[in-house]
Design a protein around this ligand. Structure first.
Ligand SMILES: Cc1cc2nc3c(=O)[nH]c(=O)nc-3n(C[C@H](O)[C@H](O)[C@H](O)COP(=O)(O)OP(=O)(O)OC[C@H]3O[C@@H](n4cnc5c(N)ncnc54)[C@H](O)[C@@H]3O)c2cc1C
Length: 341
């Protein structure tokens, strides 16, 4: 009889959990454990409960908005585990003093920017053609800043439209330093000019993870931070923060590239190159992603917050539920851990 492969999954975000789900379908072949540093599953897709005046609460996942039908792996997985999502709409509006740029409204500013919007859309279509070159796509090596300069995009287009839109999506304070090919992907699930259909998580990502992990919850070990991964000839050693070493046949590292880089003992040249290429911002917890004057203003001023950019990011059902609820305010921050009330 074949020996089961013993596998360690590091990270209980959606990558780790869905890897575990795939392995759980072949119990005769795999014996796996998931090690998660935090005290809850979900990673970036962490759901929090927003308390209501009537004592109830609304689950929301502030850092994950939704997904589109083209994300067919996701929708297929949800069907497999019996999780139902909701259809909604993703719309975006940005306000600077007198200027308003909104998906859903025609404003003088939007009319003024129309030629540049058209030019930008043509540029995206052109860049998309190169995606069939895969790894050899030259736009992976071309910064967005460079392209915006070459094609002469204005300050207003860059900083009053594109910047707030993409800096939110990438949680990056320097989105124009990203390759334009990377930025292009953003426009698979949103449009620069109009709102788009989007699928949102019913009752937050937590409800989906609940359905996904139903058959292997006893395999998830929380508050178990992995310190080092050492590859040997026929096995891999996983050393946790308390110095305990365990031997596995395989390890799946399902966390941020910078964490993966930190974990790997003796990374190869290619691993060093790839894993050090993504720089995750550490100050994301301070960025306000949602600011709706009618909902947030009194609370923002009470907290002494000075916002130069007024940004409304209607997050589908979640915001609709919030604004129609009796709750006066939900102050949404990028980092769910620092979600303030
Ligand atoms: C603001 C924002 C909005 C987004 N919106 C969307 C969206 O609308 N739709 C969409 O599809 N995607 C969205 N994304 C992207 C999506 O959230 C991520 O791609 C996805 O959550 C990544 O999942 P993951 O499992 O790869 O990593 P993570 O969710 O980061 O999970 C990694 C896990 O590994 C754990 N970990 C790290 N190091 C260790 C260690 N040493 N030992 C043990 N555990 C460790 C971490 O604690 C974490 O739980 C968004 C991202 C951001 C930041």
């Amino acid at each position: 009889m074949n020996k089961k492969r013993k596998i360690c999954i590091i990270g209980a975000g959606v990558s780790g959990l869905s890897s575990a789900w795939a392995l759980s379908r072949e119990p005769e072949k795999f014996d796996f454990s998931i090690y998660e540093a935090q005290d809850h599953i979900g990673g970036n897709g962490t759901t929090v409960d927003i308390p209501q005046r009537d004592g109830s609460s609304i689950p929301i996942t502030p850092a994950v908005m939704g997904f589109i039908d083209d994300h067919y792996v996701m929708t297929h997985l949800m069907e497999e585990v019996g999780y139902e999502y909701d259809k909604s709409e993703f719309s975006f509006s940005i306000q600077y003093d007198d200027d308003v740029y909104a998906h859903d409204y025609d404003t003088p500013f939007k009319a003024r920017m129309k030629p540049e919007l058209e030019r930008f859309k043509k540029l995206l279509t052109f860049i998309k053609q190169f995606e069939r070159l895969g790894f050899f796509n030259p736009f992976y090596l071309t910064s967005t800043q460079f392209i915006l300069n070459i094609f002469n995009f204005s300050y207003d287009f860059r900083y009053k439209i594109l910047f707030p839109m993409v800096s939110n999506v990438f949680v990056n304070s320097k989105p124009f330093s990203l390759p334009i090919a990377h930025l292009r992907f953003t426009f698979d699930f949103m449009d620069i000019e109009q709102s788009v259909q989007i699928n949102v998580f019913r009752n937050g990502c937590r409800a989906f993870y609940g359905a996904l992990t139903k058959s292997f919850q006893d395999r998830i070990f929380l508050k178990n931070k992995v310190k080092k991964v050492v590859r040997r000839k026929d096995s891999v050693s996983v050393i946790n923060a308390s110095g305990i070493e365990e031997v596995f046949d395989d390890v799946i590292i399902a966390c941020n590239a910078n964490h993966a880089y930190e974990l790997l003992n003796a990374p190869s040249f290619l691993e060093r190159w790839i894993l050090s290429s993504s720089d995750y911002v550490s100050d994301a917890g301070n960025g306000i992603v949602h600011y709706d004057d009618s909902i947030l203003s009194p609370h923002l001023s009470r907290r002494g917050l000075d916002t130069t950019i007024t940004l409304t990011w209607a997050q589908g059902l979640e915001i609709m539920r919030l604004s129609s609820s009796s709750t006066e305010c939900c102050h949404m921050l990028e980092n769910p851990i620092s979600l303030a009330w």
